[in-house]
Design a protein around this ligand. Structure first.
Ligand SMILES: [Cu+2]
Length: 400
């Protein structure tokens, strides 16, 4: 192969592209670590990230090396085969070689699948901590078991047949191009199974999301922006004031509309605290790009779309303390994540979630600060905080 031909080869070019890509990633990871002003925590995180990319690069190179080794062994066998033939001996039986490789591949592949299921399967989420999550888990396991059975049968048939009916001088291949009955069977059966799974999923999703407003619902507003979640709880009236993005300011980052008197006692919170066994309605907003409200332990996920408020209703069933006991992990915390890759700080868009008893919840909520802060009152040209509520209300109305 001439040099020009080598350079023109698509394989060589894609290999080079892969090297360049990994090289850039490693360099980027390293420049991030080299920042000296980073706090210890961030530096540790950056180092971890660099390690991860080094790991990816290492395994990719190892894989490429393995490919080269296999190719070299193949060439050596080919030369050996040709030498045998030159000496007038019977060459290597390639049908047997390929047949055995198929069997090895099947055993190694099935073991790989088993390993993945047992080792990585251990990292799966614990039991659902919400009422509807049990239904979603049931659907998940039904799909997993059906696909596992199909996977096992098809892989064994595929590689087993390739081995059993490998080329041989003793028999001749039977030309069998088409059979309508077989075509019908392998079209109709998967179609029925998939339809059942899809309809099952459709009805499960319907029962999860087709909810009506109930009086006892706890309404919580969650707003996503790059890169944090903001929480707003209703005050004693149990109602949240409306939002208007045009009212946004540095002191009113949610753009709460203070013309709406329901907003006066709204509360600000740092942690999403939920009372157990109560129906929770999360109203989901976004201020810049699409985020996604994701609480995997509760099997809750809903996109946060700018200009289009969404909501998710669910009932948490296991308190944080209870879950810690069940998992035998005193440090366990439920977490709220963003599940849309919304920008550079996406990975850090998290909030702790605590599920507590009703009494603990009442105690916690009584300690939360009002959203209508002193600065905000000044900004809205309101009188001192000591004023009577009725006066505040009048002035609010005037100033809006
Ligand atoms: Cu996000």
């Amino acid at each position: 192969m001439g040099f020009n031909k080598l350079i023109n080869s698509k394989k060589i070019l894609s290999l080079l592209a892969a090297f360049v890509l990994f090289g850039t990633n490693m360099v980027m990871a390293q420049t991030e670590t080299s920042g000296s002003a980073l706090p210890a925590d961030a530096a540790a995180k950056a180092a971890q990230k660099a390690d991860m990319w080094m790991g990816v690069g290492y395994y990719t190179l190892l894989f490429l090396l393995l490919c080269v080794a296999v190719a070299v062994i193949g060439k050596i066998l080919k030369v050996y085969d040709l030498t045998l033939q030159l000496q007038g001996k019977k060459g290597i039986n390639w049908n047997n070689v390929i047949g055995v490789i198929c069997l090895i591949f099947m055993v190694a592949g099935l073991y790989g699948a088993y390993w993945s299921l047992t080792v990585q399967g251990n990292m799966i989420l614990p039991e659902s901590a919400s009422e509807h999550g049990v239904k979603i888990d049931f659907m998940f396991w039904t799909t997993t078991i059906i696909t596992l059975i199909v996977f096992f049968i098809t892989q064994v048939l595929l590689f087993g047949f390739a081995f059993k009916y490998r080329g041989s001088d003793k028999r001749k291949g039977y030309y069998y191009p088409h059979n309508n009955t077989i075509e019908k069977i392998w079209t109709v059966i998967p179609a029925i199974v998939l339809t059942i799974l899809v309809v099952f999923g459709f009805f499960t999703w319907r029962t999860v999301t087709n909810t009506t407003e109930v009086k006892g619902d706890i309404n919580i507003d969650v707003t996503g922006h790059q890169f944090a979640w903001e929480l707003r709880y209703p005050g004693k009236d149990g109602k949240l004031g409306s939002l208007d993005y045009r009212l946004y300011s540095s002191n009113n980052i949610l753009g709460v509309n203070f013309k709406d008197k329901n907003s006066y006692d709204d509360l600000k919170a740092d942690t999403l605290v939920l009372p157990v066994n109560r129906s929770i309605r999360i109203n989901i907003h976004a201020q810049d790009v699409i985020h996604s409200f994701f609480m995997p332990h509760f099997r809750v996920q809903m996109n946060a779309v700018p200009g289009l408020p969404t909501f998710f209703k669910f009932t948490p069933t296991i308190t944080t303390a209870d879950m810690r006991n069940r998992l035998d992990n005193p440090k366990f915390e439920y977490t709220l994540y963003c599940n849309k890759i919304c920008g550079g700080g996406h990975y850090n868009m998290q909030k702790p979630v605590r599920v507590v008893t009703e009494a603990e919840y009442q105690d916690w909520i009584s300690k939360q600060k009002p959203y209508l802060s002193e600065q905000l009152k000044k900004e809205l040209k309101l009188a001192d905080a000591g004023q009577q509520k009725s006066v505040v209300e009048k002035r609010l109305a005037l100033n809006n």
